[in-house]
Structures are given as structure tokens and as C-alpha cells.
Design a protein around this ligand. Sequence first.
Ligand SMILES: [Zn+2]
Ligand SMILES: [Zn+2]
Length: 171
Amino acid sequence: MKVRLLHTADVSPGHVRSAFSGLAPPLVPGESLPHRGSFASFYDRARAQYDAFGVLETVPAPEPGWLNLLLLGADLFVPALTYVFGLSHLAGGRGILSVSRLKPPEENELSERVLVHRLRVEVAHELGHAAGLVHCAVNDCAMHRSLWPESVDLKNPEFCASCRARLPEAP
Ligand SMILES: [Zn+2]
Ligand SMILES: [Zn+2]
């Protein structure tokens, strides 16, 4: 399945490249483009966050064989949770992922490596949902559920054998 990464201006080109270079089979890099949709109207002033369901609707549905993922810097919420890393339409081919909560608190060379790992894991996670995968009990599978950034560190940016078997191969 080919991946189209849409991105907002607050996501660095290096992070877009890292997300692409970390894709594991059967995901393959397709293209990266600036996001054209505006989600300003989904800003919640009281929470100082964006409504993830609204932002997700600004991502166009992809053509067959493709998955569309929006990478953004803005912090996301859903009504029941303090924040979410991302959100996807299950088997709908599209999703969103924020780098906001993935950043470690300090900025140094190690924290950049941690961030890139988390980014690759959660890119795989949201793309997996977009391709139809649900959460997985295997601890280090990308589809394992993570509620905290630190728990993302325990996963790989890859799908376990049983998740992989549920995904179509790249054309
Ligand atoms: Zn999930
Ligand atoms: Zn799995």
C-alpha cells in the first residue's frame, strides 16, 4: 500500500523524511505534499487544542491502493480524552497524527532519536488503522495501544506477523 504523507508547515522536512524512511512492509513511500485543508475552525479555545474528528475530515479519501496520513504539529483531542496522538477512519484509508505529544520534554540528541522512533511507530499505527487493523495484544507490535508517549518507546514501527497477514501486499 502506497503512503501519501500530507503535512502542515510546523512539521519539519526532516521529520517527514524520517516518517517515510521508517515505513515497514507492506507500506511503501508514495509522495509527500503540503496539506491544503484548513482546520482552523476545529480549534477549541477552552482546551487550546484541535478537535481530532474535525481535523480528520480535512484529509481527502485516497484512491485505491493508497493511504493518506496528515502529519501535524497541532495538539489534538477527542471529547473523552485529554489528548490523542492521532485518529484514523478504520479501513477508510485516511488518518492524522500529531507530533505534539510525542516530543520528549528535553531537547537534545537523544530526545531527537526518541522522537523519530515514536513518530515512525505511530505513523505505522495510524496507517494500520486506516488500512483496517484494530489494536493488537502483541506488546511490541505497532498496533499495540499506547496511552502515554513512554509506552510508544516499547513498540517497533512494524507490524507483527498476524497484523501483517491481514494487510494487502503492495501492488
Ligand atoms: Zn490505535
Ligand atoms: Zn500486531
